[in-house]
Ligand binder design. Structure first.
Ligand code: PLP
Length: 355
């Protein structure tokens, strides 16, 4: 059985052994103030920076989910308002969380086949603390390429910081972290691990802003987390098992450029195949807007149902569409933990039954 669900997604097969090791090595009762845990944190952060090409001067935080990252960014880095550019459900949810605490926050929605246009955006002005984008919108299977992110970064108004949701792309594709102030992801997507942990990166500029704002009203205020993180510690008992699993997988994975190329090649093949050969077509028609890590396909609702049902009967679990596209689309995760053999089976399935 393979799952192509874009989160929670297929975990690496090595996770089974890591879990046994974590038990045998006593990590499940490890002291989170002890030297052994501090060493684990230090090593995990070093390895994350090396393998993912994260600038050395960025600070890494561990939280519990991407949703917690949304909340913390609103609390601790948005004294006035944020501006959100989005085309799908996750980007919109982020805006909803922002508006709940900072009602002046606004957003502009762009079409799923469009690249965002930065001219004349209502609500984006000098008062904006944070410009928020979703690098890979899991719900619509779209992606902002490096050039699009750079464009936004180069046009930030006033002192605004650029915050990037990379939940379904970090650890799958190479990201230019230097062109963003804040990046985050949870581990149940491209990291190929069980849910319950997220990774957030802050540039030196974002850290400086955090210090200036100095927000301390919440248990997970960034300022307090930062102060603990200087000593590789956390404000509360953390997800030690999650951090241990992350440590093991990041140690065993190749450099991100290797994974990146692998996923790009696989995505190209899949899009080429679905562009021509089947009753289903890619949900996103503009090749520049298509995601590398989540492939959306569309077809009439009865056909989508039929495809999902027959695939499942053959051990292939496809991801459902999301939001407005739920009945007429499906999603296929192209995450690194899913082996090539699974994609071969998938393509054979479509060739045999839906060509
Ligand atoms: C999955 C996902 C989230 C939510 O992640 P949680 O860890 O469940 O909070 C947010 N943004 C994007 C783009 C996602 O794919």
């Amino acid at each position: 059985m393979y799952t192509f669900n874009p989160g929670p997604s297929q975990v690496y097969p090595q996770v089974r052994q890591y879990l046994l090791d974590s038990f045998d090595q006593g990590w499940l009762s490890a002291q989170h103030r002890g030297e052994r845990f501090v060493q684990l944190m230090r090593e995990t952060i070093t390895e994350l920076k090396n393998k993912l090409n994260i600038p050395q001067d960025y600070t890494i935080f561990f939280m519990s989910s991407a949703t917690e990252c949304w909340e913390v960014l609103v609390q601790s880095l948005t004294p006035t308002k944020s501006f959100h550019l989005y085309n799908g459900a996750f980007g919109e949810k982020w805006l909803d969380y922002a508006k709940a605490q900072r009602p002046a926050s606004t957003g502009v929605q762009f079409g799923i086949d469009e690249l965002p246009n930065l001219q004349n955006l209502p609500g984006l002005d000098e008062e904006t603390d944070l410009v928020c984008i979703t690098q890979n919108e899991t719900s619509t299977a779209t992606q902002l390429r490096d050039g699009a992110v750079l464009n936004i970064y180069n046009r930030l108004p006033g002192n605004a910081l650029l915050a990037v949701d990379a939940t379904s792309s970090m650890a799958g594709i190479q990201l230019k972290y230097i062109k963003g102030d804040i990046w985050y992801a949870s581990v149940q997507k491209c990291f190929g691990l069980p849910a319950g942990l997220s990774v957030m990166l802050l540039s030196p500029r974002a850290i400086e802003r955090m210090r200036k704002i100095n927000e301390r009203a919440h248990y997970n205020s960034l300022t307090a987390q930062y102060e603990k993180m200087l000593n590789f510690q956390t404000t509360h008992t953390p997800n030690v098992l999650g951090i241990y699993l992350l440590n093991r997988i990041i140690h065993d994975r190749p450099a991100i450029k290797v994974t990146h190329q692998h996923l790009v090649d696989r995505a190209t093949k899949l899009y080429d195949y679905f562009d021509q050969a089947t009753q289903l077509t890619p949900l996103i028609t503009n090749p520049e807007a298509r995601s590398t890590t989540v492939i959306g396909l569309k077809a009439p609702a009865p056909l989508i149902d039929e495809v999902k049902r027959r695939a499942l009967a053959q051990g292939l679990q496809l991801g459902s569409g999301y939001g407005n596209w739920k009945p007429t689309s499906l999603r296929i995760a192209n995450f690194p933990a899913i082996p090539d053999a699974a994609f071969e089976q998938l393509v054979q399935f479509f060739a045999r039954e839906f060509a």
